[in-house]
Design a protein around this ligand. Structure first.
Ligand code: NAD
Length: 497
């Protein structure tokens, strides 16, 4: 059941106050499970984005946060983390209201992750240090890190709070001010989120939020001359535009983009664990995840048995009301996303070399809602669109291979390079796989894992740059190398004849 209280209109949050953009367009927010409008967004235009950036810049220049002690920032970040957990019910119910994804995902993964993001960066800044170079006895050279300035943070709809809060936590941990633009489809949970940042003690102007469509609000944010650094998570085609615009403005930028990750299962894998994990990797969050294991590569010896077991489990996935805690697959985010997934299914039905083993159609269980049956296809060639294109839904494509080299060649034959999953109990094979695979993360004998200390990001068209620990610090700080004379060494005597 939808929560009783849903924000009626989501406006902008500037200087710790809700403000309605002048002369704004209004965008609907839809509950994907019944197709009803449940709220609306007051879209921020370029003038409104300017107000938000100006607020961030002023806050930055006062030093109220940018020069606050690490101890102060750490305690505020820990308080944010605590408040997220204390408000987890409210945040989770709003996440479900705007995504249509199962409550179990919001409650079990995304809200704890949002809290963990703040806790992680609180602890990180308390421990971080910078290098000192003393190889030359004449000088002491050391590195300082200053906050980069104003950060423009652009987030997608698939895990709204978990992904946006990673950017906010990273930006403010290092002393930056920021302007966040969530996806226009998923603004609701950001209303309590912004308020709890203020409650935790984040000073006004340090975190601002604008809402609206990418080409309107997002583009104005990226192009704004006072935005110093851009962190973007979203689709590859948008990433291209954002990278180009950031390049024009000589801004620091990280882009975390799409994926078509290979889940390679060798004959010597622990069969049952690999089966459980393959389901998790492609069907959690309705398959709407950049890191989804959407291409399952099976070694021929186990392919038949694995496919039979996998399809049997897929047919038993519980599709339904996203508020039912037992639901495993909810509704897709929008009519457009549902159409996109169904179009791939229609294409698959018409393509030689592709066979649909489960799903492939809109669910008949519901009159309303963007429900698609979890879908499994086999593909005869990795060149087919179902193997090359990111579908971003509950849609698994299965391929078969004979040799190890063939598996790596198929996995790497992709414009993307976000994750590669490997299942094998042979350590030598695992080591060869981690060597051969061209992906930002290689997950061995495990489904989705994220250690916030480690870099996260992709090769190739899955993005440029990384976030996590030191890599977030590199994005959100400017390095300043300071060199101090350590003794009175000889200086050339110019002009003395
Ligand atoms: P999207 O690219 O359509 O939108 C992402 C964000 O960018 C939204 O806030 C949108 O409003 C904004 N935007 C769109 N056009 C813009 C423009 N011209 N200028 C500035 N901002 C603009 O992506 P989406 O549909 O929201 O999310 C799904 C995509 O995100 C998938 O491709 C998925 O793989 C990717 N994703 C990647 C990661 C990762 O870490 N690599 C994580 C989650 C999702």
């Amino acid at each position: 059941m939808l929560p009783e209280s849903i924000p009626k209109t989501v406006t902008s949050y500037i200087d710790a106050a809700w403000v309605t953009p002048a002369g704004h367009d209004t965008l609907p927010v839809i509950f994907a499970a019944n197709e009803q409008q449940i709220s609306e967004v007051a879209e921020a235009n370029a003038a409104e984005v300017h107000r938000a950036v100006a607020s961030a810049k002023t806050a930055f220049e006062t030093g109220v946060w940018s020069r606050a002690s690490v101890a102060t920032r750490k305690s505020v970040l820990l308080k944010v983390s605590e408040l997220i957990l204390a408000n987890r019910d409210r945040l989770a119910e709003l996440e479900v209201a705007h995504t249509g994804a199962p409550l179990a995902q919001a409650y079990g993964r995304h809200i704890p992750r949002a809290a963990a993001n703040f806790e992680f960066f609180a602890e990180y800044i308390a421990q971080a240090s910078n290098p000192v170079f003393e190889q030359n006895p004449d000088y002491l050279t050391y590195v300082r890190r200053d906050p980069a300035g104003v950060a423009g943070l652009i987030a997608p709809w698939n895990a709204p709070l978990a992904l946006a809060s990673m950017k906010v936590a990273g930006a403010i941990a290092f002393g930056n001010s920021c302007v966040l633009k969530p996806s226009e489809l998923t603004p609701l949970s950001f209303v309590p989120f912004m308020e709890l940042l203020s409650e935790a003690g984040v000073p006004p102007g340090v975190v601002n939020m604008v809402n609206g469509r990418g080409p309107v609000t997002g583009a104005a944010l990226v192009a704004h001359p006072d935005v110093d650094v851009v962190a973007f998570t979203g689709g590859t085609s948008t990433g291209r535009l954002i990278g180009a615009e950031a390049g024009r403005g000589i801004k620091k930028v990280v882009t975390e983009l799409g994926g078509k990750s290979a889940n390679i299962i060798f004959a010597d894998a622990d069969f049952e664990r690999a089966l459980d994990a393959a389901l998790v990797a492609i069907f959690s969050n309705n398959g709407q995840q950049c890191l989804a294991g959407s291409r399952i590569l099976l070694q021929r010896e186990i392919a038949e048995k694995f496919v039979a077991a996998f399809v049997a489990r897929v047919k038993r996935l519980r599709l339904g009301d996203p508020y039912d805690p037992k639901t495993e697959i909810g509704a897709l985010i929008s009519a457009a996303q549902m159409e996109r997934v169904l179009e791939y299914a229609r294409q698959a039905a018409d393509t030689e070399g592709v066979e649909i083993l489960a799903g492939g159609k809109r669910s008949e269980l519901f009159d309303k809602g963007f429900f698609v049956e979890p879908t499994v296809v086999t593909a005869a060639s990795n060149a087919l669109p179902v193997c090359q294109e990111e579908i971003f839904g509950p849609f698994a494509t299965i391929l078969t291979f004979d040799t190890e080299d063939e598996a790596y060649a198929i996995a790497n034959d992709s414009e993307f390079g976000l994750v590669a999953y490997v299942w094998s109990q042979n350590i030598a094979r695992v080591m060869r796989a981690t060597d051969a695979l061209r992906a930002g993360m290689v997950w061995v004998n495990t489904p989705l894992t994220r250690d916030l200390h480690a870099p996260f990001g992709g090769y190739k068209h899955s993005g440029v740059g990384r976030d996590g620990g030191d890599w977030s610090r590199a994005l959100f700080t400017e390095e300043k190398t300071v060199t101090v004379a350590a003794r009175d060494f000889a200086i050339a005597q110019l002009g003395k004849g």
